[in-house]
Design a protein around this ligand. Structure first.
Ligand code: G6P
Length: 370
């Protein structure tokens, strides 16, 4: 079959696309970085750069995995630019009564460029006079055509219904977009150079994780027996938790909830027992100690804990049942590396459960009807 030809020997497109990711990062960056100047070069935004420099507010609209990229995008834009940033589910955008004008940018993130709700949000934003920007993978798609300017992922086709490599591509490009704007604002030369150098190192770090996929397979073999899971993280990793839970639900049909770890005490901790494991995401940032104490609270209630943490973390191992380490990178890129083991975890859980990985029941690659 023609479709099988694109598998390159992988049993599923999802796994192939997970393994594509070092190249996906390179493709997202190619020709778009001037490292010595610490600037990003995004041709698709060039014609609107005067308007973009004058933006005061950015509203990111998207659905599904692209929405999770948007949630992380908020932190990226807040870290690098002066913009006020909001993130809205595209399907909810139309119900807001927003004051939009030419100082507001509406950024639509979409793999397909055809998601009906994201398209409707862009049309509404244009009607009200906002500047519309696309971050799209499919070249020439409707959202790409209907936005005022934009950037392509250049990631090639994504066949697996559950999005993997495009999420990573979106996160890379959100960093480049924010850097492009931020270098006209508060980002220094050194900060720009250090982000771009970290991006250059990223493909090898992704490969390092992929080379240890068998460890994740082994963890999935243990954890796939549970029917309920909690994913927790803080800051950008709260959104990574949402993406990890979504991947697991989508393809393995295992129930998973995601919470910003600070909310645990406001509800989900009541679910915890020896049959309700938590996948805890830790990063080397200000939230580390709080995450550790969340883990201790879960273990005190007999909840199994699988931690995804960074290389060099020498404390966490004492407090969790299982652990996987990812390399450390620039804070704004760390969510990319934390996501990869979660994609593999969902994939292997689904394999153990024998589900239809590339075409999960009831789901479509692109939702073009409301
Ligand atoms: C569907 C797909 C998801 C995707 C979402 C948004 O639900 O199954 O993988 O994240 O649509 O799609 P888009 O093409 O707009 O990124």
């Amino acid at each position: 079959k023609v479709e099988d030809e694109g598998l390159n020997g992988f049993p599923h497109f999802m796994l192939k696309e997970i393994y594509d990711q070092p190249e996906t990062v390179r493709n997202a960056c190619r020709g778009r970085m001037n490292v010595s100047e610490g600037v990003a070069v995004l041709g698709g935004l060039q014609s609107k750069m005067d308007e973009i420099k004058n933006l005061r507010k950015l509203i990111i609209v998207s659905c599904g995995t692209s929405y999770h990229a948007g949630l992380i995008g908020r932190y990226i834009f807040e870290a690098l630019t002066d913009l006020n940033v909001e993130v809205e589910l595209a399907s909810e955008f139309r119900y807001r009564k927003l004051r939009l004008d030419e100082t507001t940018g509406v950024l639509a993130i979409s793999q397909s460029g055809e998601t009906i709700d994201t398209l409707a949000a862009i049309r509404e934003a244009r009607r009200k006079g906002a500047l519309t920007i696309g971050l799209v993978n499919v070249v020439g798609s409707t959202i790409a055509r209907e936005t005022d300017c934009g950037v392509y992922c250049h990631a090639g086709p994504e066949i697996g219904v559950a999005s993997t490599k495009i999420f990573v591509s979106q996160l890379v490009i959100l960093n480049l977009m924010a850097l492009l704007i931020g270098r006209y604002q508060m980002v220094s030369l050194n900060e720009g150079v250090s982000l771009l150098k970290a991006l250059n190192r990223l493909p090898d770090q992704v490969s390092d994780i992929l080379a240890r996929a068998s460890q994740i397979d082994e963890l999935a073999r243990i954890y796939q027996k549970f029917d309920n899971n909690l994913f927790i993280g803080r800051q950008t990793h709260a959104a990574v938790a949402m993406e990890g839970a979504l991947k697991l639900k989508e393809i393995s049909y295992i129930h998973a909830e995601a919470y910003a770890a600070g909310e645990m005490k406001h509800g989900p901790i009541s679910l915890i027992d020896e049959n309700f494991p938590t996948i805890a995401l830790l990063a080397n940032d200000a939230s580390y100690d709080k995450m550790l104490s969340n883990i201790q609270e879960i273990r005190a209630r007999s909840g199994p804990v699988l931690a995804i943490t960074y290389e060099g973390d020498d404390q966490c191992a004492r407090h969790c049942d299982d652990l996987f380490r990812v390399p450390q990178t620039h804070d704004l890129l760390q969510p990319i590396l934390t996501t990869i083991p979660l994609q593999l975890f969902a994939y292997y859980c689904a394999r153990y459960r024998g589900t239809e990985i590339d075409k999960p029941r009831n789901l479509a690659k692109s939702v073009t009807v409301e």
